[in-house]
Design a protein around this ligand. Sequence first.
Ligand code: EPU
Length: 433
Amino acid sequence: MEQLKIIGGGGTTRLNGSIRIGGAKNAALPIMCATLLTGDAVQLRNVPSLRDINTTSKLLRELGVSVSELEHDKVTIQAYGTISTKATYDLVKTMRASILVLGPLLARFGEAWVSLPGGCAIGARPVDQHIKGLQAMGAEITIEHGYIHAKAPAGGRLIGAHIVTEMITVTGTENLLMAATLASGTTIIENAACEPEVTDLAKMLISMGAKIEGLGTSRLVIEGVEQLHGTTHTVVSDRIEAGTFLCAVAATGGDVTLTHVDPTIMGAVLDKLREMGLQMELTDTTIRAVMTGQPKPVSFKTTEYPGFPTDMQAQFMAVNAVASGASRVTETIFENRFMHVQEMNRLGASIVVDGNTASTEGVLPETLSGAMVMATDLRASASLVILGMVAGGTTIVDRIYHLDRGYQRMEEKLTAVGATITRVQGLSEDEVL
Ligand code: EPU
């Protein structure tokens, strides 16, 4: 199994240089699935090269869709000819976002079989809201042999409906939005997720001929059309990747410029980084971040956009671990997203979890020492890489397949700005001690 070997500076590592930020994973995934809504070719740009993107390409190909190789961040996808409507367990179990084919398949072909995603490390993550919304649009849905079997009403077309989701769900909103584009009549989705990735999907759908109003708000109004057409779309910049590198600078110190970013969609994260003492200069597409001295601790609660994102919680906790005081972080989106805490404590952090709140007593960076730690999910992995750069000596982050799901060559990007990180395989604890 691949690992990252990080030689940390015990508080002396500084990052200097520039890092190019890629397209957003969580926008690219639904957008790739949205190509199922037309038989025309769709060209996507700024698509990051990630494990989850490969899995989505594989899933689409398994359905009979033509997906070109990803080259220079571009991919061309065409769902033309015979398309299967069954997304099998083999792929869905490896990536929960596979559920995003449900809405488009049902809307265009009148039927879909999508395996129920299995358990997930960060929480139960049911898909009941996806199902209820589609049922409101007239779909008949049964669970058979571990699959969601969805059928459109007689005539094969979903019917516009007024849907109020019981909680804010990102992929739930995306599934219903995609389904509604081809339904007959008007669909209103209330309590819709406002995440920039949902807005990017809506923009892409509009460029395919969909009629959507209320972009970026919690009330999306979709006037169904008979068919959609091909398009070219550039995926929005990855605000979580950008935020992760800013946390790395806040924790280690240094002077790093991020390019190809969109600071306008990073408000809550940038505010908290400033509170930590990170100095930033913004342009439309760049962020220059300068950090000197020990970071200040910040407390926050994760909430839906435009609040503080759960996908940045672990990385901020890594900075809090070496901050000049105490902080409290409350996780409200997922019930089990503190698995990085035990691993951070192995590096010398002082964090205590009580229910959905983690209290951190910041320690001096030079008191942390490298250890063998295990990545448990995508963002947890990133937080361990950050803390590994601060801790003195060798840290080995095991199970980095989690990291590769959402970060493109993270170790190369960090090495280019001064970190010492290599990708290794099968190292044991002897390397650390
Ligand atoms: N929920 C339900 N029922 C549903 C849907 C959601 O109870 O039908 C609950 C979930 O269990 C969770 C909450 O609602 O407690 C929010 O879940 P949401 O559906 O918004 O999450 P998601 O769509 O499955 C996306 C991102 C996640 C990100 C969350 C929250 C994608 C592919 N994934 O997941 O990204 O954490 O929204 O912002 O867009 C990551 O990139 O590391 C990641 C986990």
